[in-house]
Structures are given as structure tokens and as C-alpha cells.
Design a protein around this ligand. Structure first.
Ligand code: V0D
Length: 233
């Protein structure tokens, strides 16, 4: 089985999963958080180097204030519960997205977790927070134009150079995107970076996407690589 170096996941279906059993959406988010731990541990065991998770999109601010408050409390819950384990397993936390509008309390927790785990080198767990791909691309263009104006970058721009202006520039190419809960959309997630990635969609809700399901997705990825290996672009 060929293991992808970098997997990205759209963790959809927490609310739907909760509703199906007459529980509040927050219960779905809570179970979804537990599952982030399970999948991160499993990915690390399998030898994945980077796992990027879409935790909060720029669109999510449109949700009810109560739900946003709950979502913003999740990083603290997660870190309180799992930081020791992340340290033990050598997992480093990073974020992409604009942290500026994130509540101060949440930001503090995030920055501390990033700092505490910065020397861990087995796997990087990247949370996309207040992330939107078009915004990332436009920000990158603006930074590039500034560099050109300051004579710090050559003109014209190339693909290779532009990638340095994306927030994912330090990470390897994304080999595999997984989206749970059966919506066939990218929802403004890593549009540039997913150009050549394998896409895997499953009807399983995120809280039920187990380690075995991750292995299934990787097996499918591995088979596609074998079938098309070398011949595809
Ligand atoms: C809710 C399902 C982990 C999707 C998973 C702020 C939506 C659970 C984190 C997390 C969220 C983020 C940063 C960090 C540690 C943990 C998280 C949010 C939502 C939004 F340093 N899960 N998770 N953050 N969900």
C-alpha cells in the first residue's frame, strides 16, 4: 500500500450525524473533535507526514452565534485532552488561515499549542481555521505585488514562485483529499493545491469515519496510483 505523504480532509456531517439521533449539533461537533484525535493518531501510525483538516471556513461565520461560540471553544478542549498524546507521538500542530478575527482566548490556546509542539517531527497536523482558498490566493498575489514593487521578486510570476506565497508552501503536495458525508464539492478548500490530488468522497459522517475507513481511502488511493502510475498528470 502506497501511503500518501499529505492528506487533506473536509470533515463534514457532524450536525447531520447528531440530528439523526435527535442530539444537538454541538454533540456532533464534540464527537467530531474526538474523531480528529483518532484519525490523527491513525494517520501518524500509517506514516502520513502532513494531515490538513478543514476545521473552520471563512463561510462558517454565518452560522448562529451560539454555534460559533461552541466551535471556538473546541481548540482548548482538544488541546487540554490530547496535547500530552501529541507530544508522545511527535505530532506538531500548525494552522493555515487568517487567525486575526479568531477570539483572543482561542488564539492564545492555539499559539501556545503551536509553540509547545514546534519541535515534533513525525507528523504535522494542520488546522485550517478561518480559511478560504480564494482569499489565500488573493493575499498571495498582493504579497507578490508588494515584493515586486520593493524589487524583492522577479516579474513575471511563475507557478513555482507563486507557490511560495501560499500558506502551504512549506508542506509537500497534497496526494489525497477526503470529504465525508457525501457532498461533492471543494467548498473553497485548497483550490490551487488540489490541482492534481486524488479526490475521495464517502457517505460516512465525520464522527463515524474510523481509522479503518481512513485505511480504505488510502487503499483506494494506492490502487489508483498503481493503475495510472507514471502515465497520468
Ligand atoms: C468542528 C469536526 C479540532 C469539524 C471536527 C475552531 C468541525 C471538530 C479543532 C482544533 C473543530 C483546532 C485547532 C487546534 C486544535 C484542535 C477544531 C474547530 C472545529 C474550529 F489547535 N476540531 N475542531 N477546531 N471541529
Amino acid at each position: 500500500m502506497k501511503i500518501p505523504q499529505h492528506i487533506a480532509i473536509i470533515m463534514d456531517g457532524n450536525g447531520r450525524w447528531a440530528k439523526k439521533q435527535n442530539r444537538p449539533r454541538s454533540f456532533g461537533h464534540y464527537q467530531g473533535t474526538e474523531n480528529v484525535r483518532n484519525i490523527a493518531i491513525k494517520a501518524n501510525e500509517l506514516g502520513v507526514k502532513v494531515l490538513t483538516l478543514y476545521a473552520f471556513s471563512t463561510e462558517n461565520w454565518k452560522r448562529p452565534a451560539e454555534e460559533i461560540d461552541f466551535l471556538m471553544s473546541i481548540p482548548a478542549i482538544f488541546i487540554e485532552r490530547f496535547l500530552a498524546e501529541l507530544m508522545e507521538k511527535g505530532i506538531r500542530i500548525k494552522t493555515i488561515g487568517d487567525l486575526e478575527p479568531i477570539p483572543e482566548k482561542t488564539k492564545k490556546v492555539l499559539l501556545r499549542a503551536i509553540e509547545t509542539t514546534k519541535d515534533n517531527s513525525n507528523m504535522t497536523l494542520v488546522f485550517a481555521l478561518n480559511y478560504g482558498s480564494r482569499k489565500e490566493i488573493v493575499n498571495g498575489i498582493n504579497k507578490y505585488v508588494e515584493d515586486v514593487n520593493n524589487n524583492c521578486a522577479p516579474y513575471p510570476l511563475t507557478e513555482e514562485l507563486f507557490e511560495k506565497y501560499l500558506e502551504t508552501s512549506e508542506f509537500p503536495e497534497i496526494d489525497l483529499l477526503i470529504r465525508t458525508s457525501l457532498d461533492y464539492r471543494l467548498s473553497n478548500f485548497l483550490l490551487w493545491q488540489l490541482s492534481y490530488s486524488e479526490l475521495y468522497f464517502t457517505d460516512i459522517y465525520w464522527p463515524q469515519f474510523t481509522g479503518d475507513e481512513l485505511v480504505k481511502a488510502i487503499e483506494e488511493f494506492s490502487n489508483r496510483q498503481r493503475r495510472f502510475g507514471g502515465l497520468n498528470e
